[in-house]
Design a protein around this ligand. Structure first.
Ligand SMILES: [Mn+2]
Length: 266
């Protein structure tokens, strides 16, 4: 009866199987919480998503790659030449996989362990409670008839800063950018979405470096360059860059231990 949080899998199915074997995962009694970016860039996207969908005690929050997949699968966006999810697009399971992704949340706050799962992060200008409220707005759109319109308007780096008065598709895009793409923020909460390294652009800091409620415990993926360490207590970085040749990591919520497997050289 253990619970694990797993960072960005990105189609690294073989490593996921090895990791589950390493933690002696029992699908009937153990629980898995994924941090999004289940697919894309890696080699075995269909196997990955079908395994995760088949597990009775598993869930995810959505990452930017998962949302990009939905946009391509829905005809809102052309695939980029770096995308690797043709296996899903060509699968007879495509419609069911699209439906499954559309039901997943952007933020999940877990009462049992008093912590929050999110793909990129939660900006210091929002409480965790507010992040959940705003995430529900986008999740409602994604589950509803307006989901194609949402995906069509999802792309773009502006508005770069949150304002409560934002409405409609710009509001949904901005919420999504904070929760699924953020790395650096300004003191005022302005997003800087072009930098991926650990080196901060002038006037910005990693989102988790700003003061917030000391009881917040946030587990996130998305930022492989952090190599699994935010340097900030209670802000747990779990994207350890498996798809870039490094490691896939699971964090056990009961004993706070990390378990990792090395990427398979391809
Ligand atoms: Mn990501």
């Amino acid at each position: 009866m253990s619970s694990y949080v797993i960072g960005d899998v990105q189609g690294c199915y073989d490593e996921l199987c090895e990791l589950l074997s390493k933690i002696s995962f029992n699908p009937q009694t153990d629980t898995l919480y994924f941090l999004g970016d289940l697919i894309n860039r890696g080699p075995k996207n269909l196997e990955t998503i079908n395994l995760i969908r088949s597990l009775p005690r598993s869930s995810t929050v959505l990452g930017n790659h998962d949302l990009h997949f939905l946009a391509v699968a829905s005809g809102c966006r052309q695939p980029s030449n770096k995308d690797t999810f043709e296996d899903i697009l060509n699968s007879s399971d495509l419609a069911a996989i699209v439906d499954w992704f559309r039901q997943q949340p952007l933020v999940h706050s877990n009462d049992e362990f008093n912590c929050t799962f999110v793909h990129a992060g939660i900006p210091h200008i929002w409480t965790v409670e507010k992040a959940n409220t705003l995430a529900r707005e986008v999740e409602t759109v994604l589950k509803g008839d307006g989901f194609v319109e949402f995906l069509e308007n999802m792309y773009g780096n502006t508005p770069a800063i949150w304002h409560d008065a934002l409405e409609g598709s710009m509001r949904h895009r901005t919420i999504t950018n904070y929760l699924t793409r953020m790395r650096f923020s300004s003191d005022e909460g302005e997003l800087e979405l072009s930098h991926k390294s650990k080196d901060r652009p002038k006037g910005f800091s990693p989102w988790f470096n700003f003061a917030r409620n000391e009881n917040d415990v946030i587990l996130f993926g998305h930022w492989a360059a952090l190599e699994g360490s935010s340097g900030t207590e209670n802000m747990l970085a779990l994207d350890t860059g498996c798809v870039w040749g490094r490691e896939l990591t699971a964090y056990c919520l009961e004993n706070k231990r990390r378990f990792s497997v090395s990427a398979i050289n391809r």
